[in-house]
Design a protein around this ligand. Structure first.
Ligand code: G1P
Length: 296
């Protein structure tokens, strides 16, 4: 499972986006912009930086705007060129040249594990990546310009096993995440063998404070684990339960993700991403700081 062998990423985008209603009534949450760049654009750039060429959207009705975003829009490009707006035309064209998009439908909201399983006919027997659409790792940190998927793909190749990204969270937050059991090990940037995984445990029963973030590189055997999984927390087919089965075979590693992470599905995470992006933009940083200083 060398790095170059990861050709596809599965991005589940069929969810209702309940945390972001009413906005998500009409617009997929993955299109919420940070300044003028949709969150999904950041994710696809991270995917491309990892050498992955094909994006498999697991989608549902009402999500076609996502596919359109990565498609050609000749009329818009032509109009921009006619008006001498070459730079904008190139900016628009860049979006449809980023990656190849394949869409599959998730017809029932049966959970993240079920969403990944919906992509099985496209994945076949290859190793693949999974990226969740409401977490972004923008290339703002000079030490980690490529984002977690590039590192995880490399590590999965070296280990010949699945590797998932984790980060340490305060114990009171474990019930918001999948949590890994790594025994007494500390998880740093090198992969550590995972004993089991549990979805959203209460702080008192969490096996560690290492939370699974939305970046995974799996061997194809995860699909067999998913097929065998029974509905878990919330009656859903949990990816975390399938990962636990993989871990029990000694086939799952975790490594700590580096760089800035934003949970854009939460309002605070979204606002933080906006402010950080604006403070990094040379045309906005000065006026924004001036404005912030006027607030109390
Ligand atoms: C999902 C996963 C969970 C993971 C989390 C990361 O949960 O089920 O294991 O830790 O994403 O954000 P969700 O946030 O969709 O409830």
């Amino acid at each position: 499972m060398a790095r170059a062998s990861i050709k596809k990423v599965v991005i589940p985008v069929a969810g209702l986006g309940t945390r972001s209603l009413p906005f998500t009534k009409v617009v997929p949450k993955e299109l919420v912009p940070i300044l003028n760049t949709p969150t999904i654009h950041f994710i696809v750039e991270e995917v491309v930086a990892a050498g992955i060429e094909q994006v498999v959207f697991v989608t549902s009705s009402g999500k076609t705007a996502l596919e359109d975003y990565f498609d050609v829009n000749q009329a818009l490009v032509r109009t921009l060129r006619e008006r001498g707006k070459e730079e904008l035309a190139e900016c628009v064209e860049k979006t449809n040249k980023l990656c190849e998009v394949i869409s599959v439908r998730q017809k029932e909201p049966l959970g993240l594990g079920h969403a990944v399983l919906c992509a099985a006919p496209v994945i076949g027997s290859e190793a693949f990546a999974v990226a969740l659409g409401d977490e972004i790792f923008p290339p703002w940190d000079a030490n980690t310009p490529k984002g977690p998927l590039a590192t995880l793909s490399e590590q999965a190749g070296t280990q010949s096993a699945s590797v998932i990204g984790v980060m340490q969270v305060p114990r009171e937050q474990t019930s918001s995440y999948g949590i890994v059991d790594v025994g007494k090990a500390e998880v740093g940037s090198a992969p550590v063998l995972v004993k089991s995984t549990v979805e959203k445990p209460k702080p008192e029963s969490a096996p560690s404070e290492y939370a699974i973030v939305g970046r995974y590189v799996f061997g194809p055997e995860i699909l067999d684990c998913l097929k065998a999984v029974k509905p878990g927390v919330g009656g859903e087919i949990q990816l975390t339960d399938a990962m636990s089965a993989l871990a029990s075979k000694g086939r799952l590693y975790a490594s700590a993700v580096q760089g800035c992470r934003y949970d854009t599905g939460s309002l605070l995470g979204y606002v933080k991403a906006q402010i950080d992006a604006a403070l990094r933009d040379p045309s906005l940083a000065g006026p924004l700081k001036d404005y912030l200083r006027t607030l109390r």
